[in-house]
Design a protein around this ligand. Structure first.
Ligand code: OOG
Ligand code: NI
Length: 463
């Protein structure tokens, strides 16, 4: 079979993301309400900002602006993570970044499976924030063992899904028919199971150890726990959620609102209490409830360099030492004000961010008429002369403090526990069966390539 009979991995990802969205809207009606609100606010924002509208139209992304940008799952075993990597690879999604959440009281470490190239991101940016449970952080050895036993018995992928992954790996792709079957089979892995796989007593013990343990271990599979569309005005959506019958989390995670957006701002509605049933030894069921699923929104800004990120981390910390956001939202205004004050120290001008080496940019030739100065070849001279222009590179990854805030508000207030921070990227990569891409190296590479391209073009023009 020749490769042009294959459905492109970007198309498979786009179709998968659309199927996941439809499934989740059917499973969680509140998520549908959030999507309508986001679409409404995005339409209004675009009407008010013709320049933004034009730039989205120019990149061919205007009609898909309100589509999902990411979702999240939590896995139980190394083998599940390793297989998930192979599943996502079929859709052109690769592990980027390592996030240790133990520091923030959540016993998981994570990566994001995402498209990496510019064209792939533009076609469909869907990512899945994927966490692996760390039973080693649970103190009770007996309970740890019970969790391991339950997890060892489950298979989260159908045989057909595994065969199709193997086929894609062997042949280098899937044709349209196989891709459609692949999507249907894989979607099942992310489905909600109303019926728990453990009895109520064991669920209770997992829950008491950490809510996350109960969520990962007690069900047949890693239900998608949220999806996240892009909003063009996160503050507006946060403010409007209550009018639409959705309860927002206390505060927006990430940096404050700025003229030059940095990194990632995100917020969610609080996870819903849903009825589930627990099997008994005699074959009957006991009714109960479980809280896991929610909806989120995101708004992205520029990717920061390690220096920019260190400044971001320091300022965020500073704001949080002044005001620690209360889960009930009672000091949300004070927190917002503290963030604004702390972030005055972060330049809010693209060229200053660039010159101080805080953010990543791509560079491009301004046009054919740009004259090359005598000392052409020096980037700064040519930027100053307007021969070379620069654009911020969008941050496509996640933030551990923000992710922890999203986890916390959805595991139930006060669910946090103190773990000793214990990042273990090597252990994670062993489980994954691959290395994760370092996001900073990746952005630096994009910037460097664009500079090289600019300079090469100038050399040809000047010779
Ligand atoms: C993942 C939370 C992290 C984000 O957007 O930072 C996340 C989870 O709750 O499983 O999705
Ligand atoms: Ni999320």
């Amino acid at each position: 079979m020749t490769s042009n009979q294959f459905m492109s991995s970007d198309d498979i990802r786009a179709a998968f993301s659309a199927a996941m969205s439809a499934m989740y809207r059917a499973e969680v009606p509140a998520y549908g309400s959030l999507l309508s609100l986001v679409a409404e606010v995005n339409a209004r924002t675009l009407a008010q900002k013709p320049a933004l509208r034009a730039s989205l139209a120019a990149t061919g992304t205007l009609d898909r602006v309100s589509e999902e940008r990411h979702g999240a799952i939590r896995l139980g075993t190394d083998a599940e993570l390793a297989m998930m990597r192979r599943v996502f690879a079929v859709m052109g999604m690769f592990p980027v970044g390592y996030y240790d959440l133990s520091e923030a009281g959540v016993p998981v470490h994570s990566t994001a499976f995402r498209p990496v190239g510019d064209a792939a991101l533009r076609q469909n940016p869907f990512r899945v924030f994927t966490s692996l449970l760390r039973l080693d952080l649970i103190e009770d050895e007996g309970l740890r063992e019970e969790a391991r036993k339950v997890l060892a018995k489950r298979g989260i992928f159908s045989d057909a899904a595994v065969s199709l992954v193997e086929k894609a790996e062997a042949d280098g792709g899937l044709d349209a028919g196989d891709a459609t079957r692949f999507i249907t089979e894989v979607l099942n892995t992310f489905r909600w199971h109303q019926q728990a796989s453990v009895d109520r007593e064991l669920y209770g013990r997992f829950h008491d150890a950490h809510r996350l343990v109960a969520d990962v271990v007690s069900f047949k599979g890693p239900h998608i726990n949220h999806l996240t569309p892009r909003t063009l005005d996160i503050d507006a959506v946060q403010g409007l959620m209550p009018d639409h019958g959705i309860a927002p989390k206390a505060v927006i995670e990430g940096p404050p609102a700025r003229n030059c957006p940095i990194l990632l701002r995100q917020t969610s509605f609080k996870a819903l209490e849903e009825s589930v049933s627990f099997p008994d030894a005699d074959g009957s069921f006991q009714a109960g409830s479980h809280t896991a699923r929610f909806g989120e929104i995101e708004q992205r800004g520029i990717a920061l360099t390690p220096k920019g990120r260190a400044l971001y981390d320091r300022l965020l910390n500073e704001a949080r030492t002044h005001v620690r956001p209360a889960p009930d939202g009672s000091n949300a205004d004070e927190y917002r004000a503290a963030l604004q004050v702390a972030f005055r120290a972060f330049p809010d001008d693209w060229d200053e961010i660039r010159r101080r080496g805080l953010g990543y940019f791509t560079y491009r030739h301004a046009g054919a008429d740009g004259r090359i100065p005598a000392d052409g070849g020096d980037l700064e001279v040519m930027v100053a002369a307007g021969i070379i222009r620069f654009d911020p590179i969008v941050y496509e990854d996640f933030l551990p403090v923000s992710a922890a805030g999203i986890f916390q508000s959805n595991l139930g207030d006060g669910a946090g526990q103190d773990f000793v921070a214990s990042p273990n990227q090597r252990r994670f990569e062993q489980a994954l069966g691959a290395k994760v891409l370092n996001e900073f190296d990746h952005y630096a590479g994009i910037e460097k390539a664009s500079i090289a391209q600019c300079l090469a073009r100038l050399e040809t023009a000047g010779s």
